[in-house]
Design a protein. Structure first.
Lengths: 131, 223, 286
């Protein structure tokens, strides 16, 4: 993440933030950065930015959010969604970031999937990790 | 002569009504070295897509089996690239995840049914994909028995599945492991090995070529 | 007999066959005529969380359309993931504009009219059968076997589709108590196992599974019970070597066994189990 942040109001309401909002159906500006999502996330240890930090980047309209590994480590368990005091379903924001990345050709999926896996695992992985 | 206008690869031609798409292309001057084969609807080489005026649908069919219609926009798909990983049938088991392990992209099916709509053989292609996904090999083999490997479903599939290779493996597994052995064939093979028909076979083996051909032509064929 | 449309999903026809077998055995005894929906397809396992990704809802909706075709108003799911995708897609397309777009795409099918309910085995047992009805069908008691009830994610989240209180669920505990088992304290019972990350990130899933199994063992469990075939796969196939090797069974397996079906794993677990002093009623450990 950047060491300096431009906190001017001009950065709010950025097109990127609006695009994420449109895709996720969740208002990123509802988040007041309490960090409860990150505290309860079972996968936070493996993320390069915590869920609340990912949402902060979206609030600031910072497209570098698309290059993070965090959305790909999120397993859509929705622990954050049921705990958010502002009712923001951050899992939906993570999904929007995955989809935007996939549509830009950014995908974390390994070229070859080591096999075999049960249907239920493969279907889920393909749906979340491939365009 | 009753004529219709068709557009082949975007260029308009007047062709006699009643021709198949394949005949119409040849009438228009195309010399088909790819994208045509048996001309009888069996080989699957002449996959073709077309649209009709005022209709949003993209139709798919075999050029040798489909009559032209006025205003048809036609393009041929002589070949569909499809992935088939190497396998040895004797090393595979007819189990639930065998197809999925070799063709994991089966798991990308979204049940859009585009494959079924594209099938010139009117197979329930999506049902076969779903059966393959859940490992019902026998069902896949039965649903795809009439597949001619034309590749039209594969070209239209948003999940990028290589259908005909999956079907072929399913039918091979079904034939090799799931279909009951034909007992009478095994018995007959043993009888031949035991030289039960030695006199008859030896007679054939020592026949002159002309006599053998005549005997072949005169053989009794079961109706 | 009460007719009930049933969506199996891929797992019930493959890795989770014992779940289906046990459940169907039990539901028949409870007076249900289970009608598997014709030509069902994969539910998609993970619900699309995007607003514009209508294609991902086609699979679930097509299944609901088959239920409509049967003249039924609701459908039963056993698998937690199937339950989640079907129930959520059913709600998603309730909005008329989305429904119209889906129907325009499904141009070879009759229009989906909506209004199909999705019910999970657990809510069926709680709300329709009733916990109190279960003991009278028990042919072989679970005899005080200590179970860790693993809910995972899809049964409890999001809140609108939860089969029970997402923070303090008790439905699985109550069902298992009625069958003679003793639920143990299990703090990790609602924590994610890592789900589909099992494909690309085994390391993460192994760490999750280790925590979950240690939590189950810490409560004194003899076995783990779940309704999710992906959880079952991860808890068994992604168990790190140092984590306790607890058997992980499907709810239907346990239910079926208690109702008299054959289930070798449970029979083996019960060998050498002390008979509890008195029958277990309710209020198991939390």
């Amino acid at each position: 993440m950047a060491s300096e942040l431009d906190l001017s109001r001009d950065r709010l309401d950025a097109p990127f933030a609006r695009r994420v909002e449109e895709l996720s159906g969740e208002n990123p500006y509802a988040c007041y950065q309490c960090g409860k999502c990150s505290a309860g996330c079972p996968f936070a240890d493996y993320m390069d930015a915590l869920p609340n930090q990912v949402l902060r980047l979206v609030q600031l309209g910072d497209e570098s959010a698309l290059a993070l590994s965090a959305p790909w480590v999120c397993a859509s368990c929705l622990a954050c969604a049921v705990r958010c005091p502002k009712g923001v379903d951050i899992a939906k924001t993570m999904e929007a970031l995955r989809i935007l990345a996939l549509r830009k050709g950014i995908s974390p999926a390994p070229a070859g999937i080591d096999r075999p896996y049960p249907q239920i695992a493969l279907v889920g992985a393909y749906r979340k990790l491939t365009p | 002569m009753n004529e219709v206008t068709v557009f082949i690869m975007g260029k308009g031609y007047r062709v006699p009504a009643g021709l198949t798409i394949m005949k119409a292309m040849e009438y228009a001057g195309y010399r088909l070295t790819r994208g045509c084969g048996c001309r009888g609807g069996y080989c699957g080489a002449c996959a073709t897509v077309y649209r009709l005026k005022g209709d949003y649908r993209l139709y798919a069919d075999l050029a040798c089996q489909t009559p032209v219609q006025d205003g048809m926009y036609i393009a041929q798909l002589p070949f569909t690239p499809a992935e088939r990983p190497p396998y040895a049938l004797q090393d595979l088991a007819p189990e639930g995840q065998t197809l999925l392990a070799l063709f994991p992209e089966l798991a990308r099916c979204v049940a859009c049914n585009t494959c079924t709509k594209a099938c010139p053989q009117k197979l329930e292609v999506m049902d076969a994909v779903q059966a393959a996904l859940r490992g019902d090999i026998r069902q896949v083999a039965e649903l795809t028995f009439d597949c001619v490997s034309c590749g039209l479903c594969t070209m239209r599939c948003p999940a990028e599945i290589s259908h005909h290779h999956v079907w072929q493996l399913a039918r091979r597994l079904n034939g090799a492991y799931l279909t009951p052995r034909a007992k009478h064939v095994q018995e007959r093979v043993q009888e031949i090995a035991a030289r039960k028909f030695a006199v008859e076979l030896d007679a054939f083996m020592s026949m002159d070529r002309d006599v053998l051909v005549a005997a072949y032509k005169a053989r009794e064929i079961e109706a | 007999m009460k007719r009930l449309a049933y969506f199996p999903g891929c797992a019930m026809k493959d890795q989770a066959r014992p779940d289906e077998a046990g459940t169907l055995h039990a539901l028949a005894l409870l007076g249900y005529e289970i009608a598997e929906i014709p030509r069902w397809n994969c539910c998609g396992t993970v619900y699309s969380l995007a607003q514009d990704d209508l294609m991902r809802h086609v699979g679930p909706v097509r299944n609901l359309l088959r239920v409509q075709g049967m003249g039924e108003k609701r459908v039963l799911a056993l698998c937690a993931m199937c339950y989640g995708t079907l129930a959520r897609s059913a709600r998603f397309v309730q909005e008329p504009e989305r429904l119209a777009r889906i129907n325009a795409f499904l141009d070879t099918e009759e229009d989906f009219r909506g209004g199909i309910g999705v019910v999970h085995l657990l809510t069926l047992l709680r709300d329709e059968v009733g916990y109190e009805k279960l003991p009278s069908h028990v042919k072989q008691s679970l005899n005080g076997l200590k179970v860790a009830t693993y809910y995972g994610c899809m049964l409890l989240r999001p809140r609108e589709f939860a089969v029970d209180d997402p923070d303090r669920p008790e439905v699985m505990e109550r069902v298992l108590e009625a069958l003679g088992a003793v639920p143990v304290p299990f703090p990790e019972r609602t924590e994610c196992c890592g789900a589909y990350l099992t494909v690309g990130r085994k390391d993460i899933v192994e760490e999750r599974v280790g925590r979950i199994l240690r939590s189950a063992r810490g409560g004194g469990a003899d076995l783990v019970v779940t309704t999710c075939p992906l959880c079952q796969f991860n808890l068994t196939e992604r168990r790190p070597p140092e984590a306790p090797p607890l058997p992980v069974l499907y709810l239907g397996q346990v239910l079926g066994w208690a109702f008299g079906a054959d289930e070798p794993t449970i029979a083996a677990l019960l060998v050498g189990q002390p008979t509890p002093g008195e029958p277990v009623s309710s209020g198991g450990a939390r």
